[in-house]
Ligand binder design. Sequence first.
Ligand code: E4P
Length: 220
Amino acid sequence: MELYLDTADVAAVKRLARVLPLQGVTTNPSIVAKAGISLWEVLPALQDALGGEGKLFAQVIAAQADEMVKEAELLVKRVPGLVVKVPTTVEGLAAMKQLKIAGIPTLGTAVYGATQGLLAALAGAEYVAPYVNRLDAQGGDGIQMVQDLQQLLTLHAPQSKVLAASFRTPHQAMSCLLAGCEAITLPVDVTEQLLTTPAVNAAIATFEKDWQGAFGSLSL
Ligand code: E4P
């Protein structure tokens, strides 16, 4: 599987890359805006934080296909190897088709339905990003969407991968992996929840207390 962080927090990427087998970092316009530095500064900084290796994802801002294609070309010129996130709109699908022909890898983003995600894959997107928590938050079933999308891609567009996105809880993320999706991008807070389990900390604290009580130190 491929594990990504969904953030532009360079310090967090550096900290978590020490512990996790990160494949790279995904961003979106809101994430970059929140970081408070330009896209052109943050992308190389994220690459450095990953140790010079790893895949980066950045999104186009334009709404028309031809402009999206121009922005995508600029992105991959400035950051070779970057995967361009393109909203899965009518214009976005047209841009994905053009970018596929141009050999520029894309991710179909802002996916709120399995059929919409299939269209991105059929347009040539290498990755498709269903928004799990955002769909849950509006009364839908994000996990069911991922299950359906995974099945559709397996049957009809096996060259594309589900890269599940938009999470608030580790449980949502695990459910997507159990549904068979091959890639996942997690926000920093959800990743930290995955790494820190109160019951584990409590068990270790008891081991330390017992050892200290018996032998007076915390070493072997
Ligand atoms: C994915 O493409 C999006 O950048 C992202 O995962 C959306 O997540 P959010 O719902 O936490 O903003």
